[in-house]
Ligand binder design. Structure first.
Ligand code: FE2
Ligand code: FE2
Length: 285
């Protein structure tokens, strides 16, 4: 089994220091195989905000935790048009990406992070045709036995936003990226951006490929949230042998002096049939 802790939308500069400390404590106790950071590490891409984010990541690494990080739209400087156009992620690359890889693979798990943030819009994301092609190329290098997971900041399908009843659009280029995801045998896609926890599988309101599940994380540490608490996702994966893969998704929320998982724990299994689709395998705990 493999465990992924997905933390997202940290927004250093608009963060709650106590919640950052609680998040560190929770991750150090859980000790997941991989911590995925799905973008928006800062509020305004300022140097001091990146420095605080970098310190937080380094502390996790000091605990022996392995990280995979992608940037979000807030990691592109908002008010510097030349930088946005020509070097939108220069500061992110220098202070956060550094030597960190956006690829992880072992016999049970393969994870690829792609950058959906860019400088041409303030908020929206995209994946280029080159990036879509890289999905197939990169996962071809993963062991056959590994569950394949793609990480982007902006979701690949329309998913609930932070307001009640609100559905936010998918990133630009989602159609070809989803095609590449399916061809590469990727069944799990992780994203953040909308500051709302959600699990998207094919159904009457979401017409995506049945074999692809999209897991969206809330904001882990920012006060830039509306009615939902700070949260992160803990994802437990059984490898896709016989029977096909299962995944348990837990939403850990910040309550009082710690993160805990009081109720939102859902399990899904992928069928062995033709469509290999995900379905809930037991009711919420
Ligand atoms: Fe965000
Ligand atoms: Fe975002």
């Amino acid at each position: 089994m493999r465990t992924i802790a997905q933390i997202s939308d940290l927004h250093f500069g608009a963060h709650k220091p106590m919640v950052v400390a609680h998040l560190h404590a929770a991750l150090a106790a859980i000790r997941p195989d991989l911590v995925v950071v799905s973008g928006d590490l800062t509020q305004r891409a300022r140097k001091e905000q990146f420095a605080e984010a970098a310190l937080f990541l380094e502390r996790l690494e000091t605990e022996g935790l392995r990280l995979l990080v992608v940037p979000g739209n807030h990691d592109v400087p908002m008010h510097k048009p030349l930088q946005r156009l020509f070097w939108p992620l220069r500061r992110y690359k220098r202070l956060i990406a550094k030597e960190r890889s956006t690829w992880y693979a072992d016999p049970e798990l393969a994870v690829l992070g792609l950058t959906s943030a860019h400088g041409l819009t303030v908020k929206d994301g995209r994946l280029t045709s080159l990036q879509a092609r890289s999905i197939g190329e990169q996962f071809a290098a993963a062991p056959n036995s590994a569950e394949r997971v793609l990480v982007t900041h902006h979701p690949l399908v329309p998913l609930p936003g932070a307001e009640d009843g609100e559905i936010e659009p998918a990133l630009r280029g989602a159609g070809r990226a989803l095609k590449a995801v399916k061809a590469a045998g990727v069944h799990l896609v992780l994203a953040g951006h909308h500051h709302a926890h959600a699990v998207g599988i094919a159904g009457p309101t979401l017409s995506i490929d049945p074999a692809v599940m999209v897991i969206q994380a809330g904001t882990a540490t920012s006060w830039r949230r509306r009615r939902t608490p700070n949260s992160f996702n803990l994802i437990r994966l059984e490898p896709p042998r016989a029977p096909p893969g299962t995944v348990q998704v837990e939403e850990w929320i910040s309550e009082g002096a710690a993160f805990s998982c009081p109720g939102s724990r859902r399990s899904f299994a992928r069928s062995a049939g033709d469509n290999g689709g995900w379905a809930a395998s037991m009711p919420s705990a």
